[in-house]
Design a protein around this ligand. Structure first.
Ligand SMILES: [Zn+2]
Length: 318
C-alpha cells in the first residue's frame, strides 16, 4: 500500500510539472489535505515534512523568478482551494499576495515563513544610485531571502510543523511529528555541513558580491561580509546601469574580490555584461531564487545549500 501511494505521488508530480508548462497549477488528485506552497524551495521542505500524508502543490515553477511571477487564473483558484498556504513572505512572491489573502479569507491557514525567523533588513541604502522607488516588487525593509541560512530554515520548518500538526487534523499524528522532527534534525545537520564546507575560506576572503541583495542571511550566519551587489536592490527587475557597473568594478578592485555570484535564473545575460564591463572576475552561478532542475545538484533544498556552499568555497578559497 505504501509503495502504491509513492507511485501515485510521483505520477501526480509529473502532472503538476506538465500543467505548469501551460501556466496552470494542477489541482492534483492525491490523498490527504491540500497544501499550496508558493515556491520550489519551500515546496521541497513541505514535501519532506509531509511525505504522502498530504497533497503538495507548488505555484511558481523551478527556474522562474518568484519576484516577477504572476499567477494564472487556475493557479489563483488552486491557492484558494488549499487548506494550507505556505509562503515565504516579505514580498518574496508579491504577485501572489492577492491570491494568498483570498485563500485566507476562504478559511485557509496561511503560514509565512519569514514571520518565524529573526529578520534582517535589506542591505541596500548607502548607494546613491539605489532608488527605493524603483523597487516594484513590494520588497519592504525586510530582506525576504532567509532560506540562504539553513539554520533559519530549520527554525521556520519547526514552526511550520507545529502549525500543521495543530491546524490540520490529518497531520495531528505521531507519524507526522516523527517525520517532521527527523527533517528538522536534517536541516540542523545541513547547517553544520555548510559551515564545514566554508571552513576553507579564510576570514579575510569572506567577501561576497552578488547580482542583487540575496545573501544577507547567509553572510550573517557564516561570517561573510556583503561588499556589493550589481544591482543595489533586493529585486531582480532592474538592469545594471553603466554607473552601477563602474561602481562594481571599483568595489571588486578595492576589496580584491575574485568572483561575483549570480542567480542561475538570471545568470546568462548578467554574466556576459560583467565579463565585458568588469573584466577579470569569475562569474559563479548559484541557486538562490528557486531550486534547479533534476540533475543540477540543486533539485532539493539541501542539495541547493550544499551546491551553493561548495561553489562559494571553490571560488573564494586560496
Ligand atoms: Zn530575490
Amino acid at each position: 500500500m505504501h509503495r502504491h501511494l509513492l507511485i501515485a505521488t510521483v505520477v501526480l508530480a509529473g502532472t503538476v510539472v506538465a500543467a505548469c508548462g501551460d501556466g496552470g497549477t494542477s489541482a492534483g488528485g492525491g490523498d490527504g489535505p491540500r497544501i499550496a506552497v508558493t515556491n520550489t524551495i519551500l515546496g521541497d521542505v513541505v514535501r519532506n515534512l509531509t511525505g504522502d500524508l498530504a497533497t503538495v502543490e507548488v505555484v511558481v515553477p523551478s527556474g522562474a523568478d518568484p519576484h516577477e511571477f504572476q499567477p494564472s487564473a487556475r493557479q489563483v483558484a488552486a491557492l484558494r482551494e488549499a487548506e494550507v498556504v505556505v509562503a515565504n513572505g516579505a514580498g518574496f512572491e508579491a504577485g501572489l499576495d492577492g491570491a494568498i489573502s483570498g485563500a485566507e479569507d476562504d478559511g485557509a491557514v496561511v503560514f509565512e515563513a519569514i514571520e518565524h525567523v529573526a529578520p534582517l533588513a535589506t542591505a541596500a541604502g548607502d548607494d546613491e544610485h539605489h532608488d527605493d522607488e524603483d523597487d516594484g516588487h513590494g520588497h519592504g525593509p525586510v530582506d525576504p531571502h532567509f532560506f540562504t541560512d539553513p539554520a533559519r530554515m530549520a527554525t521556520a520548518t519547526e514552526a511550520l510543523a507545529t502549525v500543521l500538526a495543530d491546524e490540520v487534523p490529518a497531520l495531528a499524528t505521531t507519524e507526522f511529528r516523527d517525520r517532521a522532527a527527523a527533517y528538522v534534525d536534517d536541516l540542523r545537520a545541513l547547517d553544520a555541513e555548510v559551515e564545514a564546507t566554508l571552513a576553507d575560506v579564510p576570514a579575510e576572503r569572506r567577501k561576497l558580491v552578488t547580482d542583487h541583495d540575496v545573501l544577507g542571511y547567509f553572510g550573517e550566519r557564516y561570517g561573510f561580509e556583503i561588499v556589493g551587489a550589481v544591482i543595489e536592490s533586493s529585486t531582480t527587475q532592474a538592469a545594471p546601469s553603466a554607473s552601477d557597473l563602474d561602481d562594481l568594478a571599483a568595489t571588486l578592485r578595492a576589496e580584491d574580490v575574485p568572483a561575483v555570484f549570480v542567480d542561475a535564473s538570471a545568470a546568462g545575460s548578467l554574466a556576459d555584461t560583467l565579463a565585458d564591463e568588469v573584466g577579470d572576475v569569475a562569474v559563479v552561478e548559484l541557486f538562490i531564487e528557486s531550486l534547479g532542475d533534476d540533475g543540477s545538484g540543486a533539485d532539493t533544498y539541501a542539495g541547493m545549500a550544499r551546491t551553493n556552499a561548495s561553489r562559494i568555497a571553490g571560488a573564494l578559497a586560496p
